[in-house]
Design a protein around this ligand. Structure first.
Ligand code: PLP
Length: 229
């Protein structure tokens, strides 16, 4: 089941890359494993998956200890400042930075561990009330502010696009994200790079790849529906 799901996701990714003349190796598949038991993650690991996405600090800490050490954990959910210290030495990237104060705390904790944490700026691309992230305008300002923090490295942008039936409805938002990344890159801010674009989920990742995603975060498409307690 899981193996077959993975194969399907892989071939959809491959096809989207071909349609847009991109190399498959330019896009990272992040398997979003939130709420799923470690046995399922192990199964995905055994099938070759190394990048896993989680949205809760506690869950990352629990799973981190039980699974192979070469997994790359991605923090993709809203992060409270007082919890940064628990994951700073466990994750390879924090996708969900949407305030200077959070970036500052990541910087402090990263420095303590003598590491530089790659981060993405989360943009609320459709301006949805229920979503985290900054506006496009504030993303530029936030990048400029964060630039001087030397233990974090801004590597790009992340967005959670609206839930839609037809992925075509999100194409315009993916385009806007790509354009925003280009605009910020063009400002040549020190210490700011825009090569990562973390967009696209189960419902729309092929479209996101066509529009330039370098990371897609696929949960349901790999692990099946989530049951929330
Ligand atoms: C849950 C989640 C995903 C994966 O969603 P699916 O629709 O199950 O693929 C991706 N990104 C974020 C930030 C999430 O919280």
């Amino acid at each position: 089941m899981l193996k077959e799901n993975l194969r399907n996701v892989e071939s959809s990714m491959q096809a989207a890359c071909e349609r847009s003349s991109r190399s498959r190796s330019d896009v990272t598949l992040i398997a979003v494993s939130k709420t799923k038991p470690v046995e399922m993650l192990q199964e995905a690991y055994d099938a070759g998956v190394r990048d896993f996405g989680e949205n809760k600090v506690q869950e990352i800490c629990d799973k981190y200890d039980k699974l192979p050490q070469d997994i790359r954990w991605h923090m993709i959910g809203h992060l409270q400042r007082n919890k940064v210290k628990y994951i700073i030495d466990k994750v390879c990237m924090i996708h969900s930075v949407d305030s200077y104060r959070l970036a500052e705390e990541i910087n402090i904790q990263a420095k303590k561990h003598q590491l530089v944490m790659p981060i993405l700026i989360e943009v609320n691309i459709a301006g949805e009330q229920t979503k985290f992230g900054v506006s496009k305008e504030d993303a530029v300002l936030l990048a400029q502010e964060i630039a001087h923090l030397d233990s974090v490295r801004v590597e790009g942008l992340m967005a959670v696009a609206p839930y839609v039936e037809d992925p075509e409805d999100n194409r315009k938002y993916f385009r806007e994200m790509r354009q925003l990344a280009v605009d910020i890159q063009d400002k040549n801010i020190d210490n700011i790079n825009m090569y990562a674009l973390s967009i696209g989920m189960t419902g729309d990742y092929p479209t996101a790849i066509e529009e330039g995603a370098t990371m897609v975060r696929v949960g349901t498409g790999i692990f099946g529906e989530r049951a929330y307690p």
